[in-house]
Write a protein that binds this ligand. Structure first.
Ligand code: PLP
Length: 445
């Protein structure tokens, strides 16, 4: 049972004290890790204050932390965890691959079959190649487009996350690649087409998430992506769909849902069955430039591009686990959850919005339209301190109820998520609103 507090600071203090008391081993691990990694952290996404929970194990859709608490997993490895934690088919594929040797230094028996399965789902990927992460896939797709067109510039959208070297949330990350960028506004078709047209002769490619993920699960407005498709075709600009996150939203990703054929697509996360992977591909005339048997081919190496574990696990996962029915069910559960969260928000009359598509859901302390980063800033910037506090309170309250959720409140369902799990999360959210509703309204007035 959550305890009621007078105001946000006292609620946060109580919740944080209870969290610290409940998680001594996670705290100890976070502290010792500081001597080797900056802030004890090697992946910023996993950092939250006062310290993140360290997990010891996972089974099905449940995680167990190092202090022995169990959680229903709604983080699911930030959308990469489509298959849960102990899928027997993937485990078997990995055991076989390990037994046969894993660093063979040659083409292996899995890579073509995995590429063919990906191509079956994403038929716009007429040719594709593997790499080791979504970030790398995007860098390679962009660089291939620049090499193929001979144009220097890259167009992208404010708020976009295309990886740790291509991050455009609230300005460009200082780690970003020094590509000459043309930045535009997500979900503003007129503006985007005008920005593209103004510099069309210099733009090699336009990269877009068909639903902005890290920005908060922001759906594309009807016609937005279609307008980008038309403008890119008109000006010979390579349209890249970054489906690293969104490909799980349908058997053929968002491009399948919307019936839009990009020139190139990037993938990552779950397509390696839980192993490290990235993939990029698209029009044969673009990708054939990487064909090493052609004179003047563009070289694309990568020691682990065809690493046996990712190829074997990905092949088993895509051909034997994530079939069309399983994908539809996972996404329908997410739709049910989002609707339930939205209904609870309406019942309690709090300034919050549920976002997302299919299996990916977001919750925002926000009022008014939320189409892009500009909309987010308009409401949230003047209330930034309160919203940071409310997100922290939400996460700590839900963790205390055994619901593993992120601080940024972007979650997702996996193939292991059950109807009962969805009911459990909705009940926990209902209690959060019941106990904290007044405090939320006051903090955001
Ligand atoms: N693109 C999108 C849309 C993502 O969500 C992510 C990761 O969250 C990436 C690219 C980067 O993938 P990776 O973390 O595998 O480098």
């Amino acid at each position: 049972m959550l305890r009621r507090n007078q105001d946000l600071p006292s609620a946060l203090q109580d919740a944080e004290e209870a969290y610290v008391r409940a998680n001594p081993e996670s705290l100890r691990l976070a502290e010792v890790a500081r001597s080797t990694m900056p802030g004890g952290n090697t992946r910023t996404t996993l950092h939250y204050s006062p310290f993140p929970l360290a997990m010891r194990s996972g089974r099905g859709g449940t995680l167990t932390d190092v202090d022995g608490h169990s959680y229903v997993d709604f983080v699911n490895e930030h959308t990469a965890g489509v298959f849960g934690h102990s899928n027997p088919i993937i485990q078997e594929a990995l055991r076989t691959a390990v037994a046969d040797g894993i660093v063979l230094g040659a083409p292996n028996i899995y890579e073509h079959a995995l590429a063919a399965e990906i191509q079956r789902r994403f038929d716009s990927m007429e040719r594709l190649r593997f790499c080791n992460s979504g970030t790398e896939a995007n860098l390679l797709a962009i660089s291939t487009a620049r090499a193929a067109t001979g144009r220097p510039k890259v167009m992208a959208f404010e708020g976009a996350y295309h990886g740790s070297l291509l991050y455009f949330g609230h300005g460009a990350s200082r780690l970003n690649m020094p590509f000459p960028m043309v930045m535009s506004v997500f979900n503003d078709a007129d503006r985007a087409v005008a920005d593209l047209t103004a510099e069309a002769g210099e733009i090699a490619c336009l990269i877009v998430e068909p639903m902005q993920g890290a920005a908060g699960g922001l759906q594309p407005l009807p016609g937005f992506l279609e307008a980008l498709r038309d403008a890119c075709t008109r000006h010979g600009i390579v349209l890249i769909f970054d489906e690293v996150m969104t490909s799980r939203l349908g058997f053929s990703g968002m491009q399948g849902r919307l019936g839009i054929r990009p020139d190139m697509t990037t993938l990552g996360k779950y397509v390696g069955g839980g192993m490290t992977i990235g993939a990029f591909g698209g029009r044969a005339d673009l990708m054939e430039r990487l064909d090493p048997s052609r004179p003047g081919a563009i070289p694309h190496g990568g020691t682990f591009n065809n690493n046996v574990l990712a190829m074997a696990a990905g092949l088993a996962a895509l051909t034997r686990v994530l079939d069309e029915r399983a994908s539809a069910r996972m996404n329908e559960l997410g739709d049910r959850l989002r609707q339930g969260l939205a209904d609870a928000v309406a019942r309690h009359d709090v300034p919050m919005i549920a976002t997302g598509v299919g299996s990916i859901f977001g919750l925002h302390f926000h009022q008014g339209p939320l189409r892009n980063e500009a909309d987010a800033d308009a409401y949230e910037k003047p209330r930034a301190v309160a919203i940071m506090g409310l997100k922290k309170l939400f996460q700590l309250d839900l963790l205390a109820r055994g619901q593993y959720v992120t601080r940024r409140i972007l979650g997702n369902t996996s193939l292991e998520t059950t109807e009962a799990d969805i009911d459990g999360l909705m009940a926990a959210f209902e209690e959060f609103l019941e106990v904290r509703g007044e405090l939320i309204r006051t903090a955001l007035h």
